[in-house]
Design a protein around this ligand. Structure first.
Ligand SMILES: NC(=O)c1ccc[n+]([C@@H]2O[C@H](COP(=O)([O-])OP(=O)(O)OC[C@H]3O[C@@H](n4cnc5c(N)ncnc54)[C@H](O)[C@@H]3O)[C@@H](O)[C@H]2O)c1
Length: 453
């Protein structure tokens, strides 16, 4: 099937390479000239495991190409997917301008489209509040007389595992008003739903126990849109909940890691998203919780619980910062090494990354900063440059009064702490993710300050 994917970021690219692997013909449309140049040269502009290899394979097979020309890309496509950004404004209101501009380009493309190419299906993959697909449909209808179908098909991939999640989803959610829209997406996703594809490299292998068919939830566009927001709001709630329990553990001298394990073994609760730490970041949870809260308010509903989730997460970073300040004061002459810049392991994305906030505050305190990350240094440099960025964590430790682990990259989990202790000038390791083995660190003569223990 011929598919145009508008927006070649984390979602658009992961979707494109996977659909190309399943045998579809994909044209990715991207307006950022640097990203487009990279893609046109066969180079992924972002880091995700398996992405570059699948991009190579798709281009080599002649099933994947990129352009900035919406009209030519959408002129023949049977499916037009929207995977552009949906950031929030300062007011927490969602900013739909990227979607609106993409819809306007689609209107232009449809107006000059040859009717022999059939009626295209527009698929909204971007995360949007309930009612947005209807709004986009009205906007498109007001700008073209040509027929089209529209559906909501929210994306649930996790950055760091984008390709894996796209190939092996927990479920697929489709919201549409016409049966023909469901039929087209059934056809597009048939290989994925039945798992009828070869999972050998460059694909990540199918996980043991993964069963097909993948459940498909078919519903209205408004419910599909709400499923996405409610999922992210629930996961964010779990994180803020365990962080509050962790804060309480500090007061009563309990250990949050043991408490979380004890809670998570209850099958009604489950162990996931019960890791206490510095709080959630990234391009999704912060903006989606705020957008849902604002959306509720705009409909006259005060989402009290969600407000608390957002506030707990905001404060959590500052509680952790306060620990660093208390232990190191005065900060003026202190050198602090930061381990991890990406908002989570496995990605180069630093949107809403706790490390960037933390470094800004420590810099304001007058601390001297050194930092490392396996993938995100180049993006971090664009955001914050009052820091010496180094590839080697041992170099970051040299002369540091303290080390602060912010992202739980596997590379940081088995560092040689004796070697680190020998080059540091201080002896404190702040573990913002409660992921470091205490014995090794304390055995090297260093002390560890974590969260909730
Ligand atoms: N990143 C995630 O983990 C994730 C997961 C699930 C859902 N989502 C949602 O998916 C959407 C996309 O997220 P993302 O992280 O991939 O964003 P992104 O910022 O990485 O990518 C969006 C891309 O769209 C391009 N773009 C914007 N307007 C365009 C236009 N008119 N034509 C062509 N290209 C255009 C941008 O240049 C950018 O490259 C958002 O709504 C997000 O909330 C993201």
């Amino acid at each position: 099937m011929q598919v145009a994917v508008i927006g070649c970021g984390y979602v658009g690219l992961a979707t494109s390479v996977v659909l190309a692997d399943l045998g579809h013909d994909i044209i990715g449309v991207e307006i950022d000239p640097v990203k487009l140049e990279n893609l046109s040269n066969g180079k992924s502009p972002i880091f995700e495991a398996h992405l570059q290899e699948m991009l190579d394979a798709g281009i080599k097979a002649g099933r994947l190409s990129f352009t900035d020309d919406h009209v030519s890309a959408c002129g023949q496509a049977k499916v037009i997917m929207l995977a552009v950004g949906t950031p929030t404004r300062e007011t927490w209101e969602i900013d739909l301008s990227q979607l609106e501009s993409a819809i306007d380009s689609i209107a232009e493309a449809l107006s000059s489209r040859n009717e022999l190419n059939g009626t295209p299906l527009i698929v909204v993959k971007s995360t949007v509040p309930s009612g947005t697909t209807d709004y986009l449909s009205e906007r498109l209808g007001s700008k073209t007389d040509k027929p089209y179908l529209i559906a909501s098909n929210p994306e649930f991939l996790r950055e760091g595992q984008a390709i894996f999640d796209t190939l092996y989803p927990d479920r697929s959610v489709i919201g549409a008003n016409e049966s023909s829209a469901f039929e087209i997406l059934d056809e597009l996703y048939s290989g994925l739903v039945s798992q009828n594809f070869d999972d050998s490299p460059p694909l990540p292998g199918r996980p043991d126990g993964y069963t097909s068919p993948v459940p498909v939830v078919k519903t209205s566009p408004r419910s599909a849109e709400m499923i996405k927001y409610a999922s992210n709001a629930f996961l964010a709630t779990k994180i803020s909940f365990i962080n509050e329990i962790a804060n309480l553990c500090e007061e009563v001298e309990a250990d949050i890691n043991d408490v979380a394990r004890g809670i998570g073994l209850d099958s009604r609760i489950g162990p996931q998203f019960l890791k206490a730490g510095i709080g959630y970041g990234g391009s999704c949870f912060p903006k989606d919780t705020k957008a849902l809260h604002h959306h509720a308010g705009s409909r006259g509903y005060t989402f009290t619980l969600l407000n608390a989730v957002i506030e707990v997460n905001r404060i959590q970073r500052y509680r952790f910062l306060a620990k660093i300040r208390r232990a190191l004061e005065p900060m003026g002459d202190k050198t602090i090494g930061i381990l991890g810049l990406a908002f989570k392991p496995g990605t180069d994305d630093i949107r809403e990354a706790p490390a960037i906030d933390l470094m800004r505050e420590l810099n304001r305190d007058g601390a001297i900063l050194k930092a490392t990350d396996p993938r995100a240094i180049e993006n971090a440099k664009l955001e914050f440059n009052s820091c010496e960025y180094l590839d080697d964590p041992y170099k970051v430790a040299e002369g540091a009064n303290a080390l602060v682990l912010v992202t739980e990259w596997p590379e940081f989990l088995d560092l040689d702490w004796k070697r680190i202790a020998m080059v540091m000038s201080g002896d404190i390791v702040f573990d913002g993710r409660n992921c470091l083995g205490r014995e090794g660190i304390e055995g090297a003569g260093l002390s560890v300050i974590g969260v909730g223990r």
